[in-house]
Design a protein around this ligand. Structure first.
Ligand SMILES: C[S@@+](CC[C@H](N)C(=O)[O-])C[C@H]1O[C@@H](n2cnc3c(N)ncnc32)[C@H](O)[C@@H]1O
Length: 234
């Protein structure tokens, strides 16, 4: 087992670039998320206990850039599900779960699903981290997927996802993006508890954190809403 080396990271970046060339709309990015963005996306994941294990879902893990950070935040009893639509990325992840030290450590508690998230029967999760390029998806699909993910969260559960800064420029090239972004903003508005900007990512990104409130009588680990920076365009 090996920790990814510079050549491994380069191979991963090349794999991402190749998939972007094949399926730009669903891949949504030229490069995998960087460390700062991965940290921001996973900052609300807390390890569970034997008494109260946590269930985590990652949608659109790609080559596993965020998954590796997520793995370090899981406790020994917690479980992870990955849903990825791109076949070569699924193969890459399956191999990484065997050979990459950080992922191999959680492989026995991880289930990898190949398919579109909207076609999956999801379980109940404490945290969902979503890497989908929402701006590239049709508005009806954006609304359906956000609803599907929010309804898969346990009380007190959180959904974190990102969108790239400068998305408005994309709207000039593809006017359909404006409608998708509008639908996304409306769908998440009642649930957003914090947004932050990660300038050191390539490209810079906004991270949005959503919360499904805990029941009043339930100590589900939800914390008071907080906002690091003013909410920004999704
Ligand atoms: C912008 S990439 C993010 C990859 C990775 N999370 C990262 O941050 O580096 C989007 C990922 O979502 C996947 N994807 C796109 N639409 C999907 C869908 N409907 N269901 C599951 N995965 C999807 C793509 O194949 C790709 O791996």
């Amino acid at each position: 087992m090996t920790i990814p080396t510079a050549p491994a990271a380069l191979a991963e970046a090349m794999a991402f670039l190749l998939q972007f060339a094949r399926t730009a709309r669903t891949t949504g990015s030229l490069v995998p998320s960087g460390a700062a963005l991965s940290r921001a996306l996973t900052r609300h994941i807390r390890p569970g206990s034997a008494h109260r294990p946590r269930a985590v879902l990652e949608v659109g893990p790609g080559t596993g850039a965020v998954t590796r950070h997520l793995a370090q935040r899981l406790g020994p009893y917690d479980t992870l599900e990955l849903v990825e639509a791109n076949g070569p990325f699924v193969d890459h992840l399956a191999s990484a779960l065997r050979h990459d030290t950080r992922l191999a450590a959680i492989a026995h508690r991880t289930r990898l699903h190949h398919g579109f998230v909207q076609d999956q029967r999801l379980g109940d999760y404490d945290n969902i981290v979503c890497g989908l390029p929402f701006a590239n998806l049709p508005p009806a699909q954006v609304k359906a997927i956000v609803g599907q993910l929010l309804s898969s969260l346990r009380p007190g559960g959180r959904l974190s996802f990102f969108s790239y800064v400068g998305g408005r420029a994309g709207q000039l090239l593809d006017p359909g993006q404006a409608r998708s972004r509008h639908v996304l903003r409306e769908a998440i508005a009642p649930h957003v508890v914090g947004s932050e900007i990660v300038l050191s990512n390539l490209p810079p990104a906004y991270v949005h954190h959503l919360l499904v409130p805990a029941r009043a009588d339930c100590d589900c680990g939800a914390t008071a809403p907080s906002s690091r920076t003013p909410a920004s365009p999704a």
